[in-house]
Design a protein around this ligand. Sequence first.
Ligand code: MN
Length: 183
Amino acid sequence: MRQNLELHRLSDCIVRRVTFFNPKMTMAEVQTLPATLRRFQATEEGFRWEAVPLKHYKPEGSHFRDITRQVLFGPESGLPAELRYFEVEPGGYSTFERHEHVHAVLILRGRGRAIVGEQLFEVQPFDLIHVPAWTWHQFQAAEDEALGFLCMVAVNRDRPTRPVPEEAEQLCRHPVIGPYVRL
Ligand code: MN
């Protein structure tokens, strides 16, 4: 009897694991997700969250450099948001882009620079940066120090767009951000 109960629990668990990856799960299903603790760790390659897959920043392209991505909380968390951790090696940078969705960013470690619209921010741990809709932005690590930051986005979001040649020319001539833009 007890064994049957265990088996039942096991199969129940397997069924629920299947729904784990379905973003349309119900609240009841979300509440069955296990409690987890995953720690932030220093490694030789940089700082990483344990047991969270390390991903390429983007599948391909030459418009970014030396940056990794970890999705800390994805759609399976039951929230309409995703929380990602990006780590940029010294001298690296994210894609210069804009889109309709917004970013809520918390700098976690290191030092660098954020271009947001026509502003240039020197950033340090615990700084918060809001990137409004359709605002050009780029995150850059310092030349001699890595930059690690959390970025929250909506699960349902549009694809980023990069400057067309005329926009790129104008951005590079901008008196404040022009000298720092990396395209
Ligand atoms: Mn973006």
